[in-house]
Each structure stands twice: as structure tokens, then as C-alpha cells.
Design a protein around this ligand. Structure first.
Ligand code: IPD
Ligand code: CA
Ligand code: CA
Length: 274
């Protein structure tokens, strides 16, 4: 059997351990640099940031994955695409530091997110918050775990009972035009909110049942690949904002406990603009 086939059939043993090692190594770098007053550079705007910690953590992850999987494609937020780029190969989607705004403001809510994806289908994923030493892991067909303890999504079945995570676009105009209306509708329906500032952690918390659901309009594949697998494997539902199957065309993402997903989608798709 080919190596690729082996890896796809046994991600728990052939992919996940290295993903964990990469995330733990990157986490150690971030923990060392946390609250050390690193300068933040802006990317697309004043709320889209990058620091030396993002870059250094990413280097560790790339080294760790490339040395073990030279035939795989690495897609990393700060470095772009490395490796063969062959659509048949496993693609690693890497966000070395998801929640840079929190990191810069000394708020310890951020994570490394690493996922192995084959033809759009996640095979394994890791989300690691080094400050809380919280290691979320998942592999296709297997359990979702937090530090070895199995997780399940919440049983909440009504939006009026829900605690939801939200993500906000970096672009202020999109925040006003496209988020204010949906937040207002969901709030009127009775839900309450958290804006944690890390899409990867939001999804991990949905998988763990700490949050009942999460939605965000704008995201990149490395923000969500590991978390999507976690939510699905923990029994939750992930889709575009209008409830259609999740696509790459930036139609937003909603992840929720199964009893809640449809009601949330109905509220979110009542018109995305105000
Ligand atoms: C951001 C965080 C944030 C989300 C943004 C992401 P970064 O990632 O996940 O919660 O709202 O869409 O870009 O820039 O901290 O890696
Ligand atoms: Ca991110
Ligand atoms: Ca990032």
C-alpha cells in the first residue's frame, strides 16, 4: 500500500502525533514570548496583526512537519504555500497563532491550529492554547479530546438558551453592514454572546460543549480546518451561514450543536445586510 493510503487510513498514528509535536513546540515559543512587549505589525488593517511570535512559531511548525512529511504541501498563514502543491497530496493548514490581537494585548486566549486535509477533507487537527496547556485533538473517525478527555457538543436546543461565540470581520464597514443585523436578530431571539478572538478556539469550545454555537463571516482555511473536524467529530453541525454545505467561497461559517443549528441558520439568513 502507498504511504499516502496508509496515512489516510491511519491518521491517528501516522499524522496526529507529529501535528501534536508541532503544536506543542510552537506553543512553547509563544508562551516564552507572551507578555514580553513584542511589536505588532499591521496587515490588512489596524485589527489584523502579526508579531515575531507568529513568525517564529510558524517556523517551528514548518520545520517539524516538513522533516517528517517532505511530500506534503504546507499552507501556512505567514509563509504561504510550501512543498509540492499537488492537489493529491496531504495539505497541512497552519495558523501558528490564532488570536494575535489577544496575544498583543496580553490576553491569554490564543492558540496554535494545525490540520491535515486531503482533497478538502480534514484527516486530523490540533488546537493548542499554551497558556492554559489545553490540547484539543481530533482525527477523522475518532474521538475529539481535550488533554485526553473525550468531548461532545452541547445538548442546547433553543437559541434563547444559547451561549454563542462570534467572530468579527477585520474590515469596519463589513462589521457594520454585515454583522450588526445578524447579531441583533440572534440577540433578540434570546441568545447571549462571547467574542473570544480566536476562531480555532471558538470551534474547539463548540466541540467541547462550552459554547453552543459559533459563527463568523470572514475566515481563512487555517483558522477553521482543525476546529471544523472537531465540531463534526464531537457531534455538531458546520455549514455556510445559509445552511448550505460549507464551501470555499467565503460564505461565512456557522457551527452549532445539532439541536440548535437550523434555528441559528434561520436567524442568520434572514438577510445579511442592514
Ligand atoms: C483571527 C482570529 C479572529 C477572527 C479572525 C481571524 P489571527 O486570526 O481567529 O478571531 O475573527 O477572522 O483572522 O489573525 O489572530 O490569526
Ligand atoms: Ca487566524
Ligand atoms: Ca494567525
Amino acid at each position: 500500500m502507498s504511504l499516502l493510503k496508509d496515512e489516510l487510513q491511519d491518521p491517528a498514528n501516522l499524522l496526529l502525533p507529529r501535528a501534536i509535536e508541532a503544536a506543542l513546540r510552537a506553543g512553547r515559543v509563544m508562551k516564552r514570548l507572551f507578555a514580553s512587549g513584542l511589536r505588532a505589525d499591521t496587515k490588512s488593517g489596524p485589527h489584523d496583526l502579526v508579531t515575531e511570535a507568529d513568525r517564529r512559531a510558524e517556523e517551528y511548525i514548518l520545520d517539524c512537519l516538513h522533516s517528517r512529511f517532505p511530500d506534503h504541501t504546507l499552507v501556512a498563514e505567514e509563509s504561504g504555500v510550501l512543498g509540492p502543491g499537488d492537489p493529491e497530496s496531504i495539505h497541512w493548514l497552519i495558523d501558528p497563532l490564532d488570536g494575535t490581537m489577544n496575544f498583543v494585548r496580553n490576553i491569554p486566549i490564543f492558540a496554535v491550529s494545525v490540520a491535515a486535509v486531503h482533497k478538502g477533507d480534514p484527516c486530523c487537527g490540533v488546537v493548542y492554547n499554551p497558556i492554559m496547556d489545553a490540547l484539543f485533538t481530533a482525527w477523522r473517525g475518532g474521538p475529539v479530546e481535550l488533554n485526553g478527555k473525550r468531548l461532545e457538543v452541547s445538548k442546547t436546543a433553543r437559541v434563547c438558551d444559547a451561549l454563542l461565540g462570534i467572530g468579527l470581520p477585520h474590515n469596519p464597514e463589513r462589521r457594520r453592514r454585515e454583522m450588526a443585523g445578524s447579531v441583533n436578530r440572534v440577540m433578540r431571539a434570546g441568545a447571549t454572546f462571547m467574542r473570544l478572538g480566536s476562531a480555532a478556539l471558538n470551534l474547539a469550545y463548540v466541540a467541547a460543549g462550552n459554547l453552543d454555537g459559533f459563527w463568523e463571516l470572514t475566515y481563512e482555511p487555517w483558522d477553521v480546518a482543525a476546529g471544523i473536524l472537531m465540531v463534526r467529530q464531537a457531534g455538531g453541525v458546520v455549514s455556510n451561514l445559509d445552511g448550505s454545505p460549507l464551501s470555499d467561497d467565503k460564505m461565512g461559517i456557522v457551527a452549532a450543536a445539532p439541536g440548535l443549528h437550523q434555528e441559528l441558520v434561520d436567524l442568520l439568513s434572514q438577510g445579511s445586510r442592514e
